[in-house]
Structure formats: structure tokens, C-alpha cells
Design a binder for this molecule. Structure first.
Ligand code: NDP
Length: 331
């Protein structure tokens, strides 16, 4: 039997388990040029929420009644493909199925001896690249500057802060629990951490944590948290806009402060990006992250949820901040 998870209906607001359909199918048979894959680790990511809407974006929306796709590490259990052999581990954007065939397009072989397989979905995968390239290409950190990162204890945020520290910056993280704030300081060596849920005046808390102002704001969440950071930016600040998770489930558009006067008077640069904008730099960036990992300058956290059936709940839990570091489902 082959378990499969489909998009049943488009979520309105916060996704629920009712938006997903749990079904079964036969285990497919690989044809010439195919591999049969067994899913081992599934990445759940906030951006999948956007693909569940029927709206035009940088990726096509998921189709109702069709399997959801995300970053997956799988093992080749049968191969009729010249480049992959039985036993190989591969990563790719694959369907939420226990078993699936692939013609090999978009699959990358991963070496379990180099680093744990799951790290290819996080620090050495899409989220690590997002952090490193978003910060270095748009944030352009200089030693001594102050970086604020929101969603700081998550997969992207925790790497942003550490890369900022490696580059000699002061790093302040914003997160949603005291435990995660502690983790930011103890494990990831952030200089300060602010719990946005218990802070009465976030603008003031940021001002206190950043007496020299904010030179780089790496934005993972958008909304009111970002409004509070923007009130503290310095002249020539850079603002990589990576994500806006606080707004992904909104059904109406909220008005915040108008950004133009702030950006204008601070000669600031705010730039959105999709990690694939920098795809030409992926090999060099992955190499750099791997070197720092090996040298012990970089570390990572994972929240591992067990069981294929728990993939949708793990995804939903991202919106409740139940993860520290990369949220991954181990099958
Ligand atoms: P995370 O590991 O950071 O998980 C999501 C976290 O967001 C939660 O743990 C939670 O932490 C926080 N969060 C959830 N709801 C809210 C809210 N309403 N307000 C503030 N924080 C909230 O996910 P990723 O690291 O994978 O992604 C982080 C951001 O980066 C997302 O917005 C994502 O869409 C974006 N992204 C963008 C990419 C790009 O190419 N531009 C690529 C990858 C990710 P807490 O407990 O702190 O609230």
C-alpha cells in the first residue's frame, strides 16, 4: 500500500486537517529511465501555504485533488535510470507519497556520509541557502553593524543570525517563546533575543536591544513585528524581505504604517527575493555553509515529527511556532 496526501480544498485563513485528503494508491512500477523512490524525510515549509491559494505567484498553485509537493529526501529502491542506483539517497521537490516514480529530473544525489540526510532539507538545503544568500546578497553585512532578524529561531532565521555573527555583526533575534529566545542566545550565539508575544512595546524593546539602531533587518514574518523594526532603522539600512508568515493566512489586507517616508528619509533599501533568484550561487553557498558546519562555526536545530500521516499537522504547526529550527517529518 502507498499512502498519498492530496490537497482536498483550498484553505481559507489558517489551514486545517480538513483541507487535506489522506488516500492510498498502488506502489508504482518504474519504467525504463525511471527510479522508484521511498520517501524518508519531508520538509514542511511556510511557502506551501501560498501554493494552496488559487493565485498567480512565482510557483504554480497546487491543484485540488492532486498530491502536494515539497522538498523530500528519498531512497532509490529500484532503478531503471542510468544515473541513479538502488540504495542512493536523493533530494528533490517530490510528492507527498510514501512511494513514487521519478524520471530523475530535478533529483540530486545526497551523500549520507557528508552530513545527516535531513540537513539537506535545512541548513545545507533550501532554508540555509535562503538565509546565507538573502543576508549576503541583499543585507550585505559589514563588521560592527547591527542585524535584526524576525522568525529568528526558525530554519532560515537561526542561520541568518549565525552567519551575521560570523561576519562580525551584532545580532538581535525576534521570536515567539522564552525557550526559543534562550536557544537563540545559548545555541546560536545571538547577542539579544526578544519574545514578541510577551513584549509590551516591541518598538521600544528593539530600540533598547539596538542602541546604535538597525542596519539590516532580515524579515521573515512581516506585519506588526516588521513595523516595529522599521521604526528603528538607520540611514542606509538594508531590508531583505524573505517571508511574511504573519500575513500568509490573512483573508483581508491590513494597513500598517506607510513605508515610503521611512525608506526615503533613511535612504534605505527594501528588497524582496526568492532564493532561486540566486540559483547560480547555490554551489558556492552550499560549500561555504558546509565548511562552517565542519569548522563548528555554524550549527542547526531540527524539530522532527514522526510518521507520514503527520505531514499536514506538522505543516499547520509552523503557524503556531511549534518548531525550533527546521520542521521535518521523518517517515
Ligand atoms: P520557520 O522555521 O521560521 O517556521 C515558521 C516560524 O514562523 C514559526 O516557528 C514561528 O516562530 C513563526 N511564526 C508563525 N506565525 C507567526 C506570526 N503570526 N508572527 C510571527 N512569527 C510567526 O520557517 P522557515 O525558516 O522555513 O521560513 C521563514 C520565513 O522565510 C517564512 O516566511 C518563509 O515563507 C520564508 N522563506 C522564504 C524563502 C524565499 O525564497 N524568499 C525561502 C524559504 C523561506 P515563532 O515561535 O517565533 O513565532
Amino acid at each position: 500500500m502507498n499512502k498519498v496526501i492530496l490537497l482536498k480544498k483550498r484553505p481559507v485563513g489558517r489551514p486545517t486537517l480538513n483541507d487535506f485528503e489522506f488516500t492510498t494508491a498502488a506502489i508504482p512500477v518504474p519504467m525504463t529511465g525511471d527510479v522508484l523512490l521511498k520517501t524518508l524525510y519531508v520538509s514542511v515549509d511556510p511557502y506551501l501555504r501560498g501554493r494552496m491559494n488559487d493565485s498567480k505567484s512565482y510557483v504554480l498553485p497546487f491543484e485540488i485533488g492532486k498530491p502536494i509537493l515539497s522538498g523530500i529526501i528519498a531512497q532509490v529502491i529500484d532503478s531503471r535510470h542510468a544515473e541513479f542506483k538502488k540504495g542512493d539517497f536523493v533530494s528533490g521537490n517530490l510528492e507527498w507519497k510514501e512511494y513514487q516514480v521519478s524520471n530523475g529530473k530535478g533529483l540530486t544525489t545526497v551523500d549520507a556520509k557528508v552530513s545527516p540526510l535531513s540537513s539537506c532539507l535545512g541548513v545545507l538545503g533550501m532554508t540555509g541557502l535562503t538565509a546565507y544568500l538573502g543576508l549576503t546578497e541583499i543585507g550585505i553585512p559589514k563588521a560592527g553593524e547591527t542585524i535584526v532578524v524576525s522568525g529568528a529561531a526558525g530554519a532560515v532565521g537561526s542561520v541568518v543570525g549565525q552567519v551575521g555573527k560570523i561576519m562580525g555583526c551584532k545580532v538581535v533575534g525576534i521570536t515567539g517563546t522564552d525557550e526559543k529566545a534562550e536557544l537563540l542566545k545559548s545555541k546560536f550565539k545571538f547577542d539579544h533575543a526578544i519574545n514578541y508575544k510577551t513584549s509590551h512595546d516591541l518598538k521600544e524593546a528593539i530600540r533598547n536591544a539596538c542602541p546604535d539602531g538597525v542596519d539590516i533587518y532580515f524579515d521573515n514574518v512581516g506585519g506588526e513585528i516588521s513595523d516595529a523594526v522599521l521604526a528603528n532603522i538607520n540611514k542606509h539600512a538594508r531590508l531583505p524581505v524573505c517571508g511574511a508568515i504573519s500575513l500568509y493566512n490573512d483573508t483581508k489586507i491590513h494597513l500598517g504604517p506607510r513605508l515610503q517616508p521611512i525608506l526615503l528619509t533613511k535612504s534605505a533599501t527594501m528588497r524582496g527575493f526568492i532564493v532561486s533568484d540566486f540559483s547560480a550561487k547555490f554551489p558556492a553557498a552550499t560549500k561555504q555553509l558546509a565548511i562552517w558546519l565542519k569548522e563548528g562555526k555554524l550549527t542547526y536545530a531540527e524539530t522532527i515529527v514522526y510518521g507520514f500521516d503527520n505531514i499536514p499537522q506538522a505543516f499547520i504547526d509552523l503557524f503556531d511556532g511549534k518548531n525550533a529550527g527546521k520542521m521535518i517529518v521523518k517517515i
